[in-house]
Design a protein. Structure first.
Length: 339
């Protein structure tokens, strides 16, 4: 199966976060075949019931591990193909990347290369559950190449993420007599407005930190003073989060409560000779690995600008180029590890 056919086969297996079982089984069978053919090993590691990471290894100890996630965001839509692109949920984030990594591995193995691994994890789109689990079970890899859509450019850094739930409470009353109630929605709106006025840090490499109010809910009816309201916010971090957390606490004081859901730090990454570089604003599994799978690199085909949209697609030319790039990186990093 060529890289285009494999990309489409993976896209057509729905794997929205929490429902990775079918694609995990497919990937395990694929790696098991390669393990049987080339004398490696393949295994499934349960992260949660019906959710597992998939790992394949060739050689006694992997110098390099190619890794990405198998889950996608909703909604699912099946693949289609045209002359220049493959479309579908996960095309670039990250079913095409998985296909490129597996195809690169096949070519490396056929050429006699060993001492590398493939690791596909669950849950990156929600809480990096698979990467956190893998961090507790390292295999001695010196380097990990994490796949995300960077246009096949090696990312020198990526922003972090700070996610909160903001909750306000109040007292219900008839809307004709607002003085008898206490609107949770008004409190929440005031807190969020204060957050939007907060100055946020800027980094010379990563650029500005940004805030997004992604979810709003609350209230009972238009003619009822709201007794509860909630929001979910996400801040893209470019450095230490301490000052930002303090500013958030001041913004909600007396109005609402903050509940921290997730923090992923910003990261700075290395480069390799011969590869173009970039900087990305999105977060990845790299911080969750915690260095336990080796020095990280970040690169993959496709554009993040169409990921998480109904226009998700991946250029066929970038898929083919990624197959070559991953082979080059494995060879270079294996050579570096042997010194």
């Amino acid at each position: 199966m060529d890289v285009f056919a494999l990309t489409r086969a993976l896209i057509d297996i729905e794997s929205i976060t929490g429902n990775e079982l079918a694609v995990g089984n497919y990937l395990y069978e694929r790696l098991a075949q390669l393990a049987a053919q080339y004398g490696g090993c393949a295994e499934r590691s349960e992260v949660e019931p019906n959710r597992f990471n998939v790992y394949g290894q060739w050689g006694e100890q992997p110098a390099v591990t190619l890794s990405t996630h198998m889950d996608t965001v909703p909604p699912f839509f099946a693949s289609r193909e045209e002359e220049a692109h493959i479309w579908g949920r996960g095309a670039c984030d990250t079913k095409g990347i998985i296909a490129a990594m597996i195809t690169a591995a096949e070519k490396l193995l056929a050429a006699g290369e060993r001492n590398f691994g493939l690791l596909f994890v669950v849950g990156e789109e929600r809480n990096s559950a698979g990467a956190y689990y893998a961090a507790q079970h390292p295999r001695g890899s010196r380097y990990i190449v994490n796949g995300e859509p960077t246009g096949n450019k090696l990312a020198l850094g990526s922003k972090g993420a700070l996610r909160y739930e903001v909750a306000a409470t109040g007292k219900m009353a008839h809307s004709a007599y607002p003085e008898l109630g206490d609107s949770a929605i008004h409190k929440l709106i005031d807190a969020l407005a204060e957050m939007r006025r907060m100055p946020l840090p800027t980094d010379t490499l990563l650029g500005p930190s940004t805030l997004n109010i992604g979810v709003l809910s609350g209230g009972r009816a238009p003619n009822v003073i709201a007794d509860e309201a909630r929001a979910e916010i996400l801040i893209r971090l470019v450095g230490d989060s301490a000052e930002t957390k303090e500013a958030l606490a001041r913004a909600v004081e007396g109005r609402a409560e903050l509940r921290e859901i997730l923090e992923i730090p910003a990261v700075r990454l290395g480069s390799l000779d011969g590869l173009e570089t970039t900087v990305v604003a999105f977060t990845t599994d790299i911080p969750a690995f915690g260095g336990r799978w080796g020095e990280p690199f970040l690169i993959g085909p496709g554009s993040i600008h169409v990921a998480h949209t109904l226009e998700e697609r991946i250029p066929k030319g970038e898929l083919l180029a990624a197959v070559d790039i991953y082979q080059i990186m494995v060879k270079q990093l294996c050579k570096r590890a042997s010194k």
